[in-house]
Ligand binder design. Structure first.
Ligand code: ZN
Length: 92
């Protein structure tokens, strides 16, 4: 049986290659983090990385890693963890 090859996406935080159902697609517009709306450049964060956001400690190592990856993608320094949390509440 031929192996079905599904396209994999890379999580910007942990660099894991996953199927798109396992990641949240985001974009950055005017230095603000947004849910991807089929327009512009996008990037992905996996759900296991986002689990850390539920922790009260926003300064934890894991959250700092997410923050750093988001700052890099948006080429800006901002409260992206807070923005990401807002997006997640919206999605749920
Ligand atoms: Zn990840």
């Amino acid at each position: 049986m031929a192996e079905l090859k599904r396209p994999l996406r890379t999580c910007i935080v942990c660099r894991a290659k996953l199927e798109k159902e396992e990641l949240l697609r985001l974009k950055c517009e005017n230095k603000k983090l947004l849910k991807y709306d089929n327009y512009g450049r996008s990037f992905y964060i996996c759900y296991s990385c986002m689990q850390h956001l539920d922790a009260k400690e926003l300064n934890s190592k894991e959250n700092k890693k997410i923050q750093k990856a988001l700052c890099f993608q948006c080429k800006n320094k901002d409260e992206y963890l807070v923005q990401l949390k807002e997006i997640l509440t919206d999605v749920r």
